[in-house]
Design a protein around this ligand. Sequence first.
Ligand SMILES: Nc1ncnc2c1ncn2[C@@H]1O[C@H](COP(=O)(O)OP(=O)(O)OP(=O)(O)O)[C@@H](O)[C@H]1O
Ligand SMILES: [Mg+2]
Length: 247
Amino acid sequence: MHIWGLREMLLEVEGLEIRYGRVPAVRDLTFGIAEGEFVCFVGPNGVGKSTTTLAVAGVVQPAKGSIRFDGHPLAGTLIETIVSKGIALVPEGRRIFGRMSVRENLVVASGVRGGLGRKRAVLDRILELFPILRQRFESPAGFLSGGEQQQLAIARALLTEPKLLVVDEPSLGLAPKYVELVYETFSRIRSEGVTLLIVEQSVRRALKYADRICFMQSGRIVLEGNTPDLAQRTDLELVYFGEGKRD
Ligand SMILES: Nc1ncnc2c1ncn2[C@@H]1O[C@H](COP(=O)(O)OP(=O)(O)OP(=O)(O)O)[C@@H](O)[C@H]1O
Ligand SMILES: [Mg+2]
């Protein structure tokens, strides 16, 4: 039995500490994400949201604590193996290849498992989610708008057919119409069975789309709850900014 109850946990993080040098960026971080959940991590700048995503994707190694995915510990696992186990990360800043075409970004830069027929089917399915990418298939990715580049980054992550998709601040710098589009796409991806961990600065947006929200402060979770329960609270702004830290 898990400490979070009987529901099957896809991701279990316990007592996690990540350090860059002496100061911990994340400390004593414990949370679980059940299969099929859409969880948002929110919090102001520098509280450890990106670090959490990097740890889950195996990019940074814990100084303490454990991460279990699909029942197995991730400690010491190579990033490629973590990807093949089913975790895909869209990092902050998207990291697409601007001089390569959309097609090259999708096909060359990602490894879909299986034969050609299967690869085509996965790609077709993803291009259905992002019609603009089909239209711009042969254009250099650097010519796409920020919102289109974010769609490309998400599409590329989906090509690995993840069980868990982790996206760091997908709405950063995007026009509102793209933000809505990206979040509607997350909802569709989730309805197809993909579990989501999304970092978001807007509590309002997290309340609108997520099943559960984790509020981070100083490297740990200070409040977490199901969205309908949190929506009743009147102190979320205080929680978000950290009590006592406001002007
Ligand atoms: N590569 C690094 N080297 C040293 N310190 C780092 C590094 N990356 C992050 N930090 C520090 O770790 C802490 C957490 O950073 P992190 O990027 O995880 O926060 P964040 O919540 O994602 O912030 P933001 O909202 O600005 O993206 C911060 O104090 C930051 O300065
Ligand atoms: Mg960040």
